[in-house]
Ligand binder design. Structure first.
Ligand code: PEP
Ligand code: MN
Length: 343
């Protein structure tokens, strides 16, 4: 349910409606807009009827929201959300590029890649310290040591960092070290983790599960918003299909589909979608042309020796080429590609 206030409704009237909502055991989410304030209602206790609020002073109309997701929807929040993450704007007209190794392997490896991707124009550094691996015998990540390496490299390069929180046990530790907490595809419906991520105090990048629908992705994001964290960035990283020429299939239609329904930013991970280095560049261009707000790309200086995902990791020279293609594409899409505002 969405309560739309009259244009001249003042803070007192808005407050009175919020109180009326909360008296019924529901949650009120005031959403200030450029024209008027709307108040979203969520909660699963009792029935809600428009008549309960229709006649309160300052109320223009009460709208039933037809979709299962609410806080993430454009019905609740018409304007696209734009987040400022350590000076990097995500979701606005500017494209954002996050790049780095799949896994943090050592300080030297991470710093080396960070310096290269930064010189090519990346805005944020990615790198996993806790890795979700299909096999228990594969490299599982450096754990806390990996977080400390990321923090050091962040300090030395000025690049904000994104890294994955694999479970609730490490979430707070990850949140302490990183600018964006990544929730991986395999955890998209780990509802306990989602709720905790809603209280972690950091923006969250939520990856689409490999067999999740757009509705399921948006409902997963809804958990995080409902727990109090409005800063969620969605990520399309490819879904499972019968295709075997790629690791996953990048669902290019996900970008316009999500943009229509939701105000949240959505970026593309062409690396996990492609699975092969030679397809990362074309998939990046396709994703951005379809409306993605940015990219999350894996880069490695010696992909053959990488401890994870070497085959899909770009060499720094490939990444340089990708960035120069993006510089040509961005103005055609009416988007900017800012340079990172750090030394
Ligand atoms: C990753 O970003 O390295 C990763 C494991 O991604 P995903 O969860 O999309 O597989
Ligand atoms: Mn990876």
């Amino acid at each position: 349910m969405l309560i739309v206030m009259e244009m001249n409704a003042d803070a007192k009237r808005i407050g009175a409606v919020v109180e009326a909502v909360e008296r019924r055991g529901l949650k009120a989410h005031p959403i200030p807009g450029s024209q008027r304030t709307a108040i979203g209602i969520t909660g699963n206790i009792g029935t809600v009827e428009p008549a309960m609020f229709q006649d309160l002073p300052g109320v223009l109309e009460v709208i039933r929201v037809s979709h299962p997701y609410k806080l993430v929807s454009r019905e609740f929040h018409q304007e696209s959300s734009v987040f400022d993450v350590a000076g990097v704007r995500i979701g606005g007209p500017e494209l954002v590029v996050m790049a780095g190794p799949c896994s943090v392997e050592s300080y030297e490896q991470t710093l080396g890649i960070a310096l290269k991707v930064k010189a090519s124009g990346a805005h944020m550094l990615r790198g996993g310290a806790f890795k979700p691996r299909s096999s228990p015998y594969s490299f599982q990540g450096l754990g806390r040591q990996g977080l400390e390496i990321l923090a050091r490299v962040r300090q030395e390069t000025g690049m904000p960092v994104i890294t994955e929180a694999l479970d609730i046990d490490v979430l707070d530790e990850v949140a302490e070290f990183t600018d964006i907490v990544q929730i991986g595809a395999r955890n998209m419906q780990n509802f306990t983790l989602l709720k905790r991520a809603g209280r972690c105090g950091r923006p969250v990048l939520l990856k689409r599960g490999m067999s999740a629908t757009i509705t399921e992705l948006l409902l997963a994001a809804e958990y995080i918003l409902d727990a109090g964290n409005a800063e969620v960035i969605l990520c399309e990283r490819g879904i499972r299909t019968f295709a075997d020429h790629t690791r996953n299939t990048l669902d290019v239609a996900a970008f316009p589909a999500v943009k229509r329904i939701s105000h949240l930013p959505i970026i593309a991970d062409p690396s996990h979608a492609a699975g092969y280095r030679n397809k990362v560049l074309p998939l990046s261009l396709a994703a951005l042309a379809a409306g993605a707000d940015g990219l999350l790309v894996e880069v490695h200086e010696r992909p053959d020796e990488a401890l994870s995902d070497g085959g899909q990791s770009l060499l720094p020279t490939d990444f340089e080429e990708l960035m120069s293609e993006l510089r040509a594409l961005a103005p055609v899409l009416d988007r900017g590609l800012p340079t990172l505002a750090v030394t």
